[in-house]
Write a protein that binds this ligand. Structure first.
Ligand SMILES: O=C(O)CCC(=O)C(=O)O
Length: 287
């Protein structure tokens, strides 16, 4: 299988590697090209009002009872509530995870059979301070500059404003070497201001963090992170999501949870494609 990525370690298109035609139904290649050009240039792109506001209102209603605990440290945010193992608890965010336009972008950035690395709902309470800046694939011990190992979406369930904790992104920081943001860099931070139903898409090398919530209301988001099929997922989905629950998901999401392979040798079960575990109850070998 060829390397389908066409963005080099500094975020530029790799010469001679043409984007392959997306197989995502109803997705205009010209739109994908334009969005990807922004991602390549700045490390992120905001796609306004990609889903209906009403969809986000329905998600908010469904997930609110699941938001019970404040964060345990500065990174989670002590005034921020998060839902982990989302798919085990509700399927309502699945259409965001597999939105065709997001998948079309991922198809261009990551190898085939990329994985869901984590899915969270994040609800920032009034009074929360800014989250420490980070880049999402920073925990993989790989030197920068380099191609991203992951990409992420942050969906606005509420309107994102500069006051209520809109995600702060540092344009072009996806091209950096191993350096960390300085005070001077902070002047370049951009809040991803966008109405509910919009999404900010960015590569795992981009420095960013949740903003402080200086408003009187909460700011809710859903975030899905995706990683290369050779990288370990952050959430351990083979333990966190039961097989019965996975059966309720689309084949696309099943594959992203781990019912897929990077052929020929990564992800197999008993020497074969793990998808068959969802089709029938496979008996373990007797000898
Ligand atoms: O909630 C946000 O806006 C960003 C959160 C984030 O980047 C994270 O928790 O890793």
């Amino acid at each position: 299988m060829g390397d389908r990525r066409y963005v080099d370690g500094e975020g530029r298109p790799r010469p001679g590697v043409a984007p392959s035609a997306s197989q995502r139904d109803g997705v205009e290649q010209a739109q994908v090209d334009a969005l990807l050009a922004e991602v390549v240039e700045r490390g992120y792109v905001i796609i306004p009002e990609l889903v209906e506001r009403e969809t986000m209102t329905a998600i908010k209603t469904a997930v609110r009872p699941l938001l019970q605990h404040d964060g345990r440290n500065e990174f989670e945010g002590r005034k921020t509530r998060r839902i982990y193992s989302v798919i085990e608890k509700t399927l309502i965010c699945n259409p965001l995870v597999e939105h065709p336009l997001v998948l079309a972008l991922l198809d261009r950035l990551l190898r085939r059979n990329y994985l869901l690395s984590q899915l969270q709902v994040i609800d920032i309470q009034p009074g929360e301070v800014e989250q420490p800046l980070h880049h999402d694939d920073g925990f993989y011990p790989l030197a920068r500059p380099r191609a991203a190992v992951s990409a992420a979406t942050i969906w606005a369930i509420d309107d994102f404003t500069a006051e209520n904790g809109a995600t702060l992104v540092l344009p072009q920081s996806h091209r950096w070497d191993g350096r960390t943001p300085t005070e001077a860099d902070r002047a370049e931070l951009v809040p991803a201001v966008m109405p509910a139903g919009s999404v900010v898409f960015f590569v795992g090398t981009l420095w960013h963090g949740a903003g402080a919530n200086r408003s009187a209301a909460t700011r809710m988001a859903a975030t899905a992170q995706y990683c290369e099929p050779w990288a370990r997922q952050q959430e351990n989905y083979s333990l966190a999501i039961s097989r019965d629950r996975a059966r309720l998901c689309s084949e696309t999401i099943q594959g992203m949870l781990g019912y897929s392979m990077l052929f020929p040798f990564i992800g197999f079960v008993d020497g074969r494609d793990p998808r068959r575990l969802l089709a029938t109850e496979v008996q373990p070998p007797t000898d």
